[in-house]
Design a protein around this ligand. Structure first.
Ligand code: NDP
Length: 300
């Protein structure tokens, strides 16, 4: 393995005769992915090891290369390496190209394939929670990698309207341009605003059926929306989804205060992992794994 990476018992050479996978991120010690994949492998009787890798910043490609050369079969990629992973892959799936980022790598005949399962994971988690995207008015907060990753799969469900609100407008405008053709195909209205626009009295900006927080604000215990904006966008019929998981964020609290239903992003994490697992181990295992049971175990 590359000396610059922290190898957390993940060197494939240490597991002869076993297929080895890993999640790479920095930091990575908090990752729940090893526990999730361990449960999937138990549920489907797969003999495999899934560990953690913490490449140094700027060293993703060197670490990933060492991992695959040493026999690694597949890798999940998280913050801050999803763009590096996209560059590292030899071949990209259509959805990875659209997402502009890769969270799942696999090797086949010496070629590295890059995919992105984040958006599919979000859509499945929303569906499992009874949320209908078709015909819905959606507010997507944020225009970073996570927002871009979920835009395609959300639009493909034909929402009535999808508004992207970001702190800085150029990034949100760029996403609208990139996805306008797809929006037209699925007959969805796609537009961008700034977070401060949400404080205005424009009736078209309030309220929403589904509000997705894809900003990193929750990590620092902040909400991306002010209380004034919150009073416009949430109603009791709204569903507020924060991609950050493991806590009730300030964004979720604002929504709860207005009677809306809320969810954190743990289900998305489990569902995107399920897709990665099936990509690596075979789609036929679909019936053998139970992501919702794994989610319940993680929550208990
Ligand atoms: P990026 O760094 O690519 O983007 C961050 C986004 O958050 C930008 O739109 C940025 O706005 C915005 N932002 C950051 N801080 C604030 C703030 N204080 N107020 C308002 N906006 C803010 O990160 P990602 O898109 O990759 O990740 C976003 C979040 O989603 C992370 O918390 C991550 O953990 C989570 N995530 C969860 C997943 C899951 O499976 N549950 C999967 C993927 C991501 P600006 O452009 O103005 O800087």
């Amino acid at each position: 393995m590359s000396l610059s990476s922290i190898d957390l018992h993940t060197d494939p050479a240490q597991f002869p005769g076993m297929d080895v996978y890993a999640v790479a991120g920095n930091p990575i010690s908090h990752s729940k992915s090893p526990a999730i994949h361990k449960r999937f492998s138990e549920q489907s009787n797969q003999s495999m090891h899934y560990g953690r890798l913490q490449p140094a910043l700027g060293e993703f490609a060197a670490t990933a290369k060492s991992f695959f050369v040493a026999g690694g079969k597949g890798m999940n990629v998280t913050i801050p390496f999803k763009l590096d992973a996209q560059e590292f892959a030899d071949v990209l799936t259509a959805r990875a190209q659209l997402a502009g980022a890769v969270n799942t790598l696999r090797i086949e005949n010496g070629k590295i394939f890059g995919d992105n399962t984040d958006g599919a994971g979000l859509v499945r988690d929303l569906s499992a929670q009874g949320i209908k995207i078709q015909g819905a008015r959606i507010l997507l907060l944020g225009a970073g990698g996570a927002a871009r990753g979920v835009l395609g799969p959300l639009l493909e469900q034909s929402p009535k309207e999808l508004i992207i609100a970001n702190r800085s407008s150029p990034k949100a405008d760029e996403l609208v341009q990139l996805f306008s053709e797809l929006a037209t195909t699925y007959q969805a209205v796609l537009a961008s605003v700034t977070l401060s626009d949400l404080e205005g009295s424009d009736k078209t900006l309030s309220p929403f059926d589904l509000i997705i927080n894809a900003t990193a604000a929750g990590l620092s215990n902040e909400s991306p929306v002010s209380d004034i904006a919150a009073s416009h966008i949430f109603i009791p019929q709204s569903f507020a989804y924060d991609m950050v998981y493991g806590k009730v964020t300030a964004f979720m609290q604002q929504a709860l205060h207005r009677g809306s239903r809320v969810s954190d992003g743990l289900g998305m994490l489990v569902e995107q992992a399920a897709d990665a697992f099936l990509i690596w181990r075979g789609a036929h295992l679909n019936k053998s794994i139970d992501p919702r049971a794994v989610l319940s175990e993680l929550r208990s």
